[in-house]
Design a protein around this ligand. Structure first.
Ligand SMILES: C[S@@+](CC[C@H](N)C(=O)[O-])C[C@H]1O[C@@H](n2cnc3c(N)ncnc32)[C@H](O)[C@@H]1O
Length: 452
C-alpha cells in the first residue's frame, strides 16, 4: 500500500454547498467553477446532493432572496454571506426538498456553529421557524414582486417582456425548469439508431431530436459515466440548438476552419466528428479553460491546433493564412441557457449586456479579417437579447462592406431549420423551450470582394 494518503473528504454536502453559494454571492466565479473546485472535499456519494443544494438555491434565488429579505430586519453584510447562504439553503430545503422540516432547521443552526458564527444560531432558527409556520402568508404577501412571480431578477423580467412579449411565459417557464439532458452521438463512430439501442439495453429511455440527426434527449437524466462508451468518445453532452453549428458550417476535407472562442470545446469536438480530416484551429482566452478542450478532444480521439489567446488579437496568433470557415461562438449573457447556469439569476447585471455587446462587436470586426474571400463566418450566441444578436448583426453589416448575410443552409443545402424560431431581422433566434432546446442565435456571413 502506498504511504501517501489522499486527503479524506472533509466537508459535508451542506457545508460545501454553503461555501459554494457564498462564493457565488460574492461574485468569485461561476457556480460550475466553484462546484468543481470543492467537489474533491466531499464524499463521492454526496456529490449529487451537493449539486442539488447548489443548483436548487441558485435556481430559486430570486424567490428565496425575497422571502429572506421580507423576514430579516436588515440584509446581511458581505462578511456574513456564509450565514446568508445557510439561510437560503435552509429555506430551499423547507420549500423544495423532502428533508423533514426539523432536520432542515437543525442542520442550518448547526452550520452556523461550524462557521464559528454562534451569534447567528438564534436568528437562523427564528427565521426558518417563522417560514415553516407561516409560509403561505409570507409568500402571498410578496407574490406580486416580479422576482417571486417569475423567479427571475426584475431587470431581466422587464427585458424579456419587452423583447419577446408573445413568448414571455414560455421563456420564463423554460428558464426555471431543470434542464433536459441532451446528448450528441458521435456519428463518426456509431449511428444514432445503434446508440439509442445501446441506451435501451441499459434501460435508459431516450427520444430523437427533431432538428438534428445526432441528438437524443435522455428522459431521466443520468450521470455521464452511465452512458455507454462515454469515455471512448461515442457520445457527448450537448444541447440540440448547439448541435446545429457543425451542420451549418459543414466542414470539408482539408479545409482550414477556425473555432474562435472554443472552450470547453463542445463545438470543436462536433466539428471534428463531422470531418476529422480538416485543419481545425481552436482559440481560447482562458488557459485553464483550454485544458477542458484538450480533455474533450482526448476523450473523442481527435486533434486540433489549440491556441491560448484573445482571438481578436491577430498579431498574437495569426500567420496571415486565411480560413475557409470560422465559428465565432461569442462570449454572451447566456440568457438562453439560464436553466443550465442558474447563477445568472444572482450575478448577471444589466450593465454586463452592454459590456458584452462591445466585446462581441470587437471580436466580430477582428475575427472577420481572417476569413478568406468567399469564405464564411458563423456568428453564434446562447443569448436571447437582441442587442447581442440581430441588432449586433445589423451594426456589423452596416460598417462592413464585404460582409453579406446568407441563409443558414448556404454551405450545407441539406440543412433545414425545422424547429420554430422567433421573428428577428437577421439570422435565426431560437428561444428556450421547455423540455426542448436552449435559447440560441445564429447568423451566417459570407465574405465578398471589397467594392471600390
Ligand atoms: C460561449 S463560450 C464557447 C463555448 C464553446 N464554443 C463550446 O461549444 O463548447 C465562449 C468562450 O469564449 C472564451 N472567450 C471570451 N473572450 C474571448 C476572446 N477574446 N478570445 C478567445 N476566447 C474568448 C470564453 O472564455 C469562453 O470559453
Amino acid at each position: 500500500m502506498s504511504d501517501v494518503q489522499q486527503n479524506p473528504p472533509s466537508l459535508s454536502a451542506r457545508e460545501a454547498a454553503v461555501e459554494v453559494i457564498t462564493q457565488v454571492l460574492l461574485q468569485q466565479g461561476s457556480l460550475s467553477t466553484q462546484l468543481s473546485k470543492i467537489q474533491g472535499k466531499v464524499d463521492f456519494d454526496h456529490h449529487a446532493l451537493l449539486k442539488e443544494f447548489c443548483f436548487g438555491v441558485c435556481r430559486h434565488f430570486p424567490t428565496l432572496n425575497s422571502i429572506a429579505l421580507s423576514l430579516l430586519a436588515k440584509p446581511f453584510e458581505e462578511r456574513d454571506y456564509d450565514v446568508y447562504s445557510t439561510l437560503l439553503l435552509g429555506l430551499y430545503q423547507l420549500q423544495h426538498m423532502s428533508t423533514p422540516d426539523h432536520a432542515a432547521i437543525n442542520e442550518s443552526v448547526e452550520l452556523c456553529r461550524t462557521l464559528k458564527k454562534d451569534w447567528a444560531t438564534k436568528l437562523i432558527n427564528a427565521v426558518l421557524r417563522r417560514y415553516q409556520r407561516d409560509s403561505e402568508e409570507i409568500i402571498s404577501e410578496i407574490s406580486s414582486q416580479p422576482s417571486v412571480a417569475f423567479n427571475l431578477p426584475k431587470w431581466l423580467v422587464k427585458r424579456i417582456k419587452k423583447n419577446w412579449p408573445d413568448s414571455f411565459e414560455s421563456i420564463v417557464e423554460a428558464s426555471n425548469e431543470r434542464p433536459p439532458m441532451c446528448i450528441r452521438v458521435n456519428l463518426d463512430k456509431v449511428s444514432r439508431e445503434t446508440y439509442k439501442s445501446w441506451l435501451d439495453e441499459e434501460g435508459i429511455v431516450s427520444r430523437e431530436t427533431l432538428s438534428i440527426d445526432s441528438g437524443l434527449y435522455i428522459e431521466n437524466p443520468v450521470p455521464v459515466f452511465v452512458l455507454p462508451k462515454f469515455e471512448s468518445g461515442f457520445v457527448s453532452i450537448q444541447d440540440e440548438a448547439a448541435q446545429l453549428s457543425a451542420r451549418i458550417i459543414n466542414p470539408q476535407q482539408g479545409e482550414r476552419v477556425l473555432d474562435a472562442c472554443a472552450a470547453p470545446g463542445g463545438k470543436t469536438g462536433h466539428l471534428l466528428e463531422a470531418m476529422p480530416n480538416q485543419e481545425l484551429t481552436a482559440i481560447e482566452l482562458e488557459p485553464w479553460r483550454l485544458e477542458r478542450i484538450e480533455d474533450n478532444l482526448t476523450r473523442l480521439g481527435y486533434q486540433a491546433e489549440l491556441i491560448v489567446s484573445d482571438a481578436g488579437d491577430l498579431n498574437n496568433w495569426w500567420d496571415k493564412t486565411a480560413f475557409n470557415k470560422v465559428l465565432l461562438d461569442a462570449p454572451c449573457s447566456a440568457t438562453g441557457v439560464i436553466r443550465r447556469n442558474p447563477d445568472i439569476k444572482i450575478n448577471r447585471k444589466p450593465a454586463d449586456i452592454s459590456e458584452l455587446v462591445e466585446i462581441q462587436s470587437t471580436l466580430l470586426d477582428n475575427v472577420w479579417q481572417v476569413v478568406e474571400e468567399g469564405g464564411y463566418l458563423l456568428y453564434a450566441t446562447c443569448s436571447i437579447m437582441p442587442e447581442e444578436n440581430s441588432e449586433q448583426v445589423d451594426r456589423f453589416l452596416a460598417r462592413t462592406s464585404n460582409a453579406l448575410e446568407v441563409p443558414l443552409n448556404t454551405i450545407n443545402s441539406g440543412f433545414a431549420m425545422n424547429i420554430s424560431n422567433a421573428k428577428t431581422d437577421h439570422g435565426i433566434q431560437l428561444l428556450p423551450k421547455r423540455d426542448g432546446h436552449d435559447g440560441f442565435y445564429y447568423c451566417l456571413f459570407q465574405k465578398t470582394a471589397v467594392k471600390n
